[in-house]
Design a binder for this molecule. Structure first.
Ligand code: FES
Length: 99
């Protein structure tokens, strides 16, 4: 089932917004002109990523400084799991997720 998150017209570089979908906290971001959807929870110890620092395409969690490459979500430190990324679905003038 398609769950709309945002109208395409509202997406712009630097966009960042959280959504609660099917019990999950999701973070929609636009990085390098690409919309990305990820779990709003750091795979290291669960800090919210909505306040993470973005340097180019590297997302840095504020709690302990783990860094993740976007759009892959791969952690820079091999001991840390990758970000949980979700596929985005385009539907007319909206972007969303299949749940
Ligand atoms: S919780 Fe994100 S780096 Fe530790």
């Amino acid at each position: 089932m398609f769950f709309p998150l945002e109208r395409l017209i509202n997406l712009h570089e630097g966009y960042r917004q959280t959504f609660k979908v099917a019990g999950r906290n999701l973070l929609l971001m636009v990085v390098d002109n690409q919309p990305l959807l990820l779990e709003d929870s750091c795979p290291h110890q669960g800090a919210p990523l909505r306040t993470a620092t973005l340097m180019g395409t590297v997302l840095r969690c504020q709690r302990h400084g783990m860094e993740f490459q976007l759009p892959s979500g791969r952690a820079s430190q091999p001991s840390c799991p990758s970000l949980k990324m979700f596929g985005l679905v385009y539907d007319g003038a909206s972007i969303g997720v299949d749940v």
